[in-house]
Structure formats: C-alpha cells, structure tokens
Design a protein around this ligand. Structure first.
Ligand SMILES: CC(C)(COP(=O)(O)OP(=O)(O)OC[C@H]1O[C@@H](n2cnc3c(N)ncnc32)[C@H](O)[C@@H]1OP(=O)(O)O)[C@@H](O)C(=O)NCCC(=O)NCCS
Length: 168
C-alpha cells in the first residue's frame, strides 16, 4: 500500500498519543518529553495562541491517517522572515522517509503561506538521522553553532542547515 503523509494542526485530544511517542529513551538528542499527559495537554492548548501571535506553528504528522509524529516552525521574533523547523517521529516508523516527506510539506507552508525567506534546521552533531533529513530535503550546511542546543541542563554544539527563498 502506498504511504500517504499529511500534516494537520495539533489537537488537544492528541495528548495521549504524543506523550506515548515522546516518552522514549531512544530519543537520544531530543528530550522534550512532558512530565505527564496533562502537561502535554497544556502544551497543546497553548498552540492556538502561539499561532495567533506568530510564534510557532505546530503540526501532527499522519501516516495513512494515523498520528505518528509532530513537527513545527518557530518564528524568529527579532527577524520574523526566519523560521526554524523541528520534528520527531514514533520510533516504530523511523527510516521510512516519513520525516523527509513531512519537512517538504512543512517548508511549503513556511515559504508560501507564512512568507518566510529563510528556514533553518539545527541538530546535535551526533544526530545523524536528523542531519540526513535536512540533506535529503536540500538544506545546505552553513556551519557549526557552538553551544546552541540546551538539552536538560547541558549545552551542545549544533550543525546549522538552512534553505533560503531567492528573491529576484
Ligand atoms: C531523526 C528522525 C526525525 C528521522 O525521521 P525519519 O522519518 O526516520 O527520517 P527519514 O527516514 O526521512 O530519513 C532519515 C535517514 O537517516 C537514517 N538514519 C536514521 N537514524 C540514523 C542513525 N542513528 N544513524 C545513521 N543513519 C540514520 C535513515 O535510515 C534515513 O536514511 P536513508 O534516507 O538513507 O534511508 C527520527 O529518527 C526521530 O524522531 N528521532 C528522535 C527525535 C529527533 O532526534 N528529532 C530531531 C531533533 S533535531
């Protein structure tokens, strides 16, 4: 069966499923697990306000209709023409090209609907899977950003990948 990947706005009713996906010790370089389902519901409740204030646009990733992950764009509040993409996926679905397809959909939203001129992706230097997603989506490596990822109480260097909209 062909795999159909779609994005839709995250819903408060997704909390249980997101908590299940994020509560995974194999997410070695992405520790955003909420403390419990209620904390996740609270995060999801704030999404509407974040959209309205042009802060963050978060989506659920659906694979053949099933919720399998999340992704989003955070808007740089100092330079609102720049967005940063991030993503995560249920481990059961890794290495099937799902996040690569999702980023391609997400960047269209960023460039075409939100009018961004530059989209970046940062990842821990050891996060090979995430780096491959950025490369496969055509992002160019611009360098290494020192101490740019805070993970729990530690700071890590990050690869900086970006794609820009060329305006003639
Ligand atoms: C990173 C992540 C988002 C990748 O999603 P995905 O849907 O599996 O990615 P894709 O299948 O589109 O592409 C990933 C590529 O990296 C490869 N890969 C994945 N993990 C890898 C690893 N640890 N080492 C080497 N390659 C790896 C995959 O095989 C695939 O390669 P291919 O294109 O040659 O088949 C997913 O593994 C994840 O959710 N990880 C935990 C959260 C996270 O780290 N998020 C990113 C924060 S910056």
């Amino acid at each position: 069966m062909a795999t159909k990947i779609e994005l839709r706005n995250q819903r408060v009713s997704d909390a249980k499923r997101f908590f299940e996906i994020l509560n995974n010790s194999n997410f070695k370089y992405f520790h955003v697990c909420p403390k419990d389902e209620e904390a996740e519901r609270e995060f999801l409740r704030r999404n509407t306000k974040k959209r309205k204030n042009n802060l963050e646009y978060n989506y659920a990733i659906l694979c053949n209709g099933k919720l399998v992950g999340g992704c989003g764009i955070k808007i740089d509040q100092h330079r609102t023409f720049i967005g940063e993409i991030s993503y995560f996926l249920d481990e059961e679905y890794w290495s099937k090209g799902i996040v690569t397809k999702s980023v391609k959909i997400l960047e269209k939203i960023g460039f075409q609907k939100l009018g961004l001129k530059r989209i970046k992706i940062l990842m821990n230097l050891r996060n090979i899977g995430s780096e491959k997603v950025a490369i496969k989506c055509g992002y160019k490596k611009e360098g290494t950003m020192k101490r740019s990822i805070k993970d729990r109480d530690k700071f890590f260097d990050a690869h900086l990948y970006a794609k820009v909209m060329i305006v003639k």
